[in-house]
Design a protein around this ligand. Structure first.
Ligand code: ZN
Length: 235
């Protein structure tokens, strides 16, 4: 299996407090806990040619992980379309944190994907509301994070195919923080933790969720997608 971790990679280069948490970039930290003898990992970033998402890279990618925030608009529509077609053809997609506003996630959802937010350094509890789901395998009742950005409802997404996590924030908000979708042959998982100034991607349970999600999102069959005019099967 091959995973590509895509990161906008701007905050880390422009802000010392982000670089302090992710000195090699968020993409390298995520790659470090995804790679196994069975799973090869590559990374891609916004400022590479074609944002690092060439046709060849996407053709060999089974699961694409997406982290973006300040430069969603700089992602070229042509590359978004390329990723979109690969998802419909069966590539898995994991969208993290502020990726909720990425062009690719909004295109796949068909809604604004807007939400409430507050960066106040409070703790968060990510409740496991679907313990039998493969993405929640090995995860306790709730994941405790010392600091995470508040994301609150209403989250303007279509009704998820499955709800896996719901987050609680100490000032009163709740948020559907782990949700799955199917689009065409592709599987999609959105997961909320991962604000750039907090060390959420060092948390072992957050890592476990993303590792589980890679397996869940990986293509399960290669059924070709056939649409359009169709010859009758019976006389
Ligand atoms: Zn954030």
């Amino acid at each position: 299996m091959h995973v590509t971790v895509w990161n906008e990679y701007r905050h880390e280069l422009s802000e010392e407090k982000v670089r302090a948490v992710y000195p090699e970039g968020i993409h390298q930290q995520i790659a470090s806990f995804i790679e196994t003898p069975e799973i090869s990992v590559g990374t891609a970033t916004l400022d590479e040619a074609e944002h690092g998402l060439t046709t060849d890279v996407l053709a060999k990618t089974d699961v694409l992980i997406w982290w973006g925030h300040m430069a969603h608009d700089e992602v070229k529509d042509e590359i978004v379309e390329r990723v979109y077609q690969r998802v419909l053809d069966g590539m898995g997609l994991i969208v993290l944190h502020s990726g909720h506003f990425s062009k690719i996630f909004r295109k796949l959802m068909g809604t604004s994907c807007d939400l409430k937010w507050r960066e106040d350094g409070q703790h968060a509890r990510i409740w496991n509301v679907n313990p039998a789901h493969p993405i929640a395998d090995g995860i306790s009742d709730c994941i405790e994070l010392e600091q995470e950005e508040m994301y609150g409802e209403h989250f303007d997404i279509p009704a998820p195919d499955e709800l896996v996590f719901v987050s609680w924030f100490p000032k009163g908000e709740v948020f559907r923080s782990g949700v799955t979708y199917h689009r065409g042959n592709g599987r999609i998982f959105y997961f909320q933790p991962g604000h750039e100034t907090y060390p959420s991607y060092y948390n072992q349970e957050v890592q476990k969720v993303i590792q589980n999600a890679v397996r869940w999102c990986a293509p399960k069959n290669s059924r070709p997608r056939v649409y359009g005019h169709f010859q009758p099967l019976e006389d």
